[in-house]
Design a protein around this ligand. Structure first.
Ligand SMILES: NC(=O)c1ccc[n+]([C@@H]2O[C@H](COP(=O)([O-])OP(=O)(O)OC[C@H]3O[C@@H](n4cnc5c(N)ncnc54)[C@H](OP(=O)(O)O)[C@@H]3O)[C@@H](O)[C@H]2O)c1
Length: 240
């Protein structure tokens, strides 16, 4: 197994932050992108870019390298209204959100991938909240698709970690302590996190032993900062 981390969903949002953090740390990184030109524009020669569209299983079988240490999966439906697939049909949302994860898992199995698959999900799937009711309307069926993708991954036999993030924003990272917990929380503004900080957690979960076969929630705590060691300590504490 190599040290390479692959990111699917690498060209935007949390996945893009994860790629930039890997590159800045001098770690080997591969972007799996449905638009490889966009990936090459973003990363130049600093990272590998391979073609993979999660709605096209054959492209993932081609893309997945069984030697990768981990795959970080941050795919969400994009395009359309707001650039975020708002009010797309339930089928379209499911094809990316759930079908994309299923296709990735199956490609991993077919290629004999033995690394860890880190799946970005959301808090609030099991906790009633107005936020989740609204989100489930604007991205039809999001709650079911997200629950189903988690269950599919857990039953896959692959090593996995499911990271349930609070409400996402694009504020700079490094200005808050991180709250990591086993339990689920309602989708409310007080449980929020920036994509930059979330990306750090996703990458930590790609390699920390305590993150293996685990689901956790993450959101900002008090103003402050957790360095890598403190983050690792918080992950290890979950296991105890
Ligand atoms: N929004 C929130 O408040 C919130 C809260 C908690 C958790 N989440 C979770 O966070 C995730 C989204 O994170 P984000 O907002 O940081 O990401 P994002 O900005 O929506 O980016 C999604 C990525 O998925 C890629 N993608 C879309 N369709 C694809 C396909 N068919 N094949 C391959 N790649 C594809 C996009 O590629 P292109 O660049 O080509 O479009 C993009 O790189 C979702 O799982 C969501 O449930 C969101």
């Amino acid at each position: 197994m190599t040290d390479t981390i692959a990111v699917i969903g690498a060209t935007r949002g949390s996945g893009l932050h994860a790629m930039r953090q890997l590159i800045d740390a001098g770690r080997p990184a591969i972007a799996v992108a449905r638009n490889p030109d966009k990936g090459r524009d973003l990363f130049g020669s600093q990272a590998g870019v391979v073609y993979g569209d999660v709605t096209r299983p054959e492209t993932l079988v081609e893309a997945v390298d069984p030697q990768w240490r981990a795959i970080v999966f941050t795919v969400d439906i994009t395009g359309g209204i707001g650039g975020r697939g708002l009010f797309a049909s339930r089928e379209k949302v499911r094809a990316v959100m759930y079908g994309g994860l299923v296709n990735t898992v199956e490609a991993c199995k077919q290629r004999g991938f033995t690394g860890r698959l880190v799946l970005l999900s959301t808090i609030g799937l099991t906790q009633p909240s107005t936020g989740m009711r609204i989100l489930n309307r604007v991205k039809p069926g999001l709650r079911d698709h997200s629950l189903d993708k988690g269950e599919y991954l857990k039953a896959s036999g692959l090593d996995y970690c499911i990271v349930r993030a609070g409400i996402l924003n694009d504020k700079p990272g490094g200005a808050h302590e991180l709250t990591l917990t086993d339990r689920d929380w309602p989708l409310e503004m007080r449980y929020r996190i920036g994509r930059a900080d979330l990306a750090r957690v996703l990458l930590a979960c790609a390699s920390h032993p305590a993150a293996s076969r685990r689901e956790l929630s993450v959101f900002w705590g008090e103003p402050g900062h957790d360095d890598d060691q403190q983050l690792a300590t918080k992950l290890a504490a979950l296991a105890s």
